[in-house]
Design a protein around this ligand. Sequence first.
Ligand code: FES
Length: 92
Amino acid sequence: MSSDSVQLSSKGNRPPRTILVCQNQACRKSGSKAVLAAFQAHRTSDIPVIGSGCLGRCGNGPMVLILPNEIWYSRVRAEEAIEIMNRWAINS
Ligand code: FES
């Protein structure tokens, strides 16, 4: 698992906290279905976990994007879902 972040530059409304797990073809071939299932199994009550279309970083999947912070994770394994939730989603 690796991550990098991008600061939001707009002063407008920030999107609600959401975890996106790419379910498009390249990420599916890398196991994103199991990653999505792991996030959904461990999600907190107020943070939606959504299977998304292509997030534009194909070849590094399974890709996970946490909003509104725009935290990216690449090559995520299902067993890493709890750690990611604890690190970013719960404390953001
Ligand atoms: S297929 Fe997952 S980022 Fe493009």
